[in-house]
Design a protein around this ligand. Structure first.
Ligand code: PLP
Ligand code: ZN
Length: 382
């Protein structure tokens, strides 16, 4: 499979370490995009003969299955469960049960499989925490050194996790974007693979498996709505891709709506959605407990907005207060998740009661939402 530069059309193999080509109007590199969608998973009947792991979607992963097998830690294959009393038709997918306790493992395993297959000597990543943790773990499994760039404000639990895997941790003062810039410089050194969940579209082939699993777990169909957190859009874009792949193969008759959730104090996509902008609106981010989605200038912002619009969905925002109430409510139902992972539940609670904010969409039909990260990753403060 190949990636393509959206500006000049140059193509790069998925295993090629090149991660950038032309730059956008803001001077930042334009993320490469997949030149063609992956092959679809086979029929449910054929899938039933395979083990319940990511390798069952071998046709759709973009890396050789042997490469995946060498670095897998048992990611994905997470349970899909009814949300419980008084929320009929809402399903929760417990993504925090993956090996590094977040859904980022679905993409990280493919980045490291590619790095190994292409004989990289080291990997570099920047992250607000969980992507760095995932890359550190899979790099350890792959036997490759990892350099992880994170903002100084990253939760101590996530820092400890990165260090434990033997990665070199770089604490970058300033904002999330400063960590990204530092990693990008390191990524240009020879022998390096930029294991970026933002810039490498291979990551989306991994997060698309979230959809394939839901499709199988619901007995060969998809819900009416996916409610998903959105910062850099790795889950939104992977889900949109996965839905498109299943639809194009004739596996599902229609595409679900995607309702994407941002933190009210850092919502470049929420602001763009409300004003009808095709690009993220520049924001001055305020503090939020949802550190995993506090992305002020998402590099794939326009792509994310297009995907949400094409699905007939919407972008909504939730406050820290709603997030904390949702986290507590999830804990009372038995699910202990990190702060960021409560935003979808916060949105579903509000939207199912009816519009609680002026631009709220109406949430109807069957809904699936992920619990993206484990509670032990952030303090418990309500
Ligand atoms: C990364 C992450 C998100 C959001 O993902 P994006 O790819 O940035 O949109 C949500 N929740 C958790 C726990 C995460 O680690
Ligand atoms: Zn180019």
């Amino acid at each position: 499979m190949t990636r393509v530069c959206p500006a000049c059309g140059r193509r790069f193999d998925l295993l090629d370490p090149t991660w950038r080509c032309c730059s956008g109007p803001d001077g930042r590199p334009l993320p490469l995009v997949l030149a063609e969608p992956p092959a679809a998973p086979p029929s449910p009947a054929r899938l039933r003969e395979r083990p319940w792991d990511l390798g069952r979607y071998a046709e759709s992963l973009g890396v050789p299955q042997e490469a995946w097998r060498l670095v897998t830690l048992g990611e994905g294959a997470t349970p899909l469960l009814p949300a419980g009393p008084r929320v009929d038709g809402v399903w929760v997918k417990a993504e925090y049960l993956s090996p590094t306790l977040s859904f980022k493992d679905r993409g990280a395993v493919l980045l490291l499989a590619a790095a190994r297959a292409a004989r990289a000597r080291r990997v570099v990543v920047d992250s607000s925490g969980n992507a760095g943790t995932a890359v550190a773990a899979y790099a350890a499994r792959a036997g490759l050194p990892a350099e992880v760039y994170v903002p100084e404000s990253t939760s101590p639990q996530k820092l400890a996790q990165v260090r434990a895997h033997g990665a070199r941790l770089h604490l970058v003062p300033g904002r999330r974007e400063d960590a990204a810039a530092a990693a990008a410089r390191a990524a240009d050194e020879p022998g390096t693979r930029y294991a970026s969940h933002v810039y490498d579209p291979l990551f989306h082939l991994g997060t698309a498996t979230f959809v394939y699993e839901v499709w199988e777990q619901l007995g060969g169909r998809l819900p009416d709505v996916f409610v998903l957190p959105v910062g850099n859009g790795t889950l939104v874009l992977g889900v949109a891709l996965g839905c498109a792949v299943l639809h194009a193969a004739g596996h599902v008759p229609a595409l679900p709506r995607i309702v994407a959730v941002q933190a009210a104090t850092c919502a470049p996509l929420g602001a763009a959605w409300r004003s009808g902008n095709a690009d993220p609106v520049p924001v001055h981010p305020g503090p939020t407990l949802a550190e995993g989605i506090a992305i002020a200038a998402p590099a794939r912002g326009a792509e994310i907005l297009r995907a949400v619009a094409a699905s007939g969905g919407a972008v909504v925002t939730v406050t820290d207060e709603e997030l904390l109430a949702a986290r507590a409510d999830l804990a009372e139902r038995g699910w202990y998740v990190e702060n960021t992972a409560a935003v979808c539940w916060a949105a579903v609670r509000r939207l199912r009661r009816g519009p609680g904010a002026p631009d709220d969409p109406v949430l109807t039909g069957e809904v699936v939402l992920p619990l993206t990260g484990a509670g032990a990753k952030t303090g418990w403060s309500p």
